[in-house]
Design a protein. Structure first.
Length: 201
């Protein structure tokens, strides 16, 4: 099983949270500069997503932490759910990083499944999350199934990974998606955009 736990991902404050989430920030810079870099990487990933979104969409940010990306796409969609294992990350997101953004909901993912019914979301995205699951265990395979389950038919899954070989070798793990990948400029990892089959449950 994954080493990721609520206790492990419990930053002391906003500055600590931005450092815990691997965003490739420059070394030997101040906390303020790291936070600025963190915000810029969120804007880059949000820009990648923007072409996939609609003002009518309900979107899931899987492993979204403090809402690094959700902050930047909130104006583009009807609602975003940030789902994360860490309650502390969610609290910092709600009360500091995304303070005052009313269409972001914060949901702890601590029961071993994404706590939503089948066919709930128009788009599911996951940035800087699956890389941890691939590194630590085979949990990523299970969570692909969960993300598929909560997507509406014809819905889109967008995710990045620093371990593209694990995806490329066995795409049967996401076999209910139409398979394609892209390498958008500025992405922090290898980014996939997949569409759920209309006939998939």
């Amino acid at each position: 099983m994954s080493k990721s736990t609520d206790e492990r991902w419990s930053p002391n404050n906003l500055s600590h949270a931005t450092k815990m989430i691997c965003t490739g920030y420059p070394k030997d810079v101040s906390d303020d500069e790291i936070i600025q870099w963190f915000d810029q990487t969120g804007a880059v990933d949000a820009n990648l997503l923007s072409q996939l979104l609609s003002k009518e969409f309900i979107v899931l940010d899987f492993g979204g932490g403090i809402g690094r990306v959700a902050k930047h796409i909130s104006e583009l969609v009807k609602e975003i759910v940030v789902c994360d294992i860490s309650n502390k990350m969610l609290e910092l997101g709600k009360n500091e990083w995304c303070l005052g953004i009313d269409n972001i909901k914060w949901v702890q993912n601590d029961k071993g499944n994404i706590p939503f019914p089948n066919n709930t979301f128009d788009v599911v995205y996951s940035f800087l999350c699956l890389c941890h699951l691939f590194f630590e265990s085979n949990d990523a395979i299970y969570w692909f199934g969960e993300m598929k389950r909560v997507l509406k038919p014809d819905g889109l899954l967008c995710f990045d990974t620093h371990f593209p070989r694990e995806i490329d070798i066995d795409m049967t793990q996401v076999d209910h998606f139409n398979k394609s990948s892209t390498y958008p400029e500025g992405a922090l990892g290898h980014v996939y955009i997949l569409r759920k089959d209309n006939e998939s449950p």
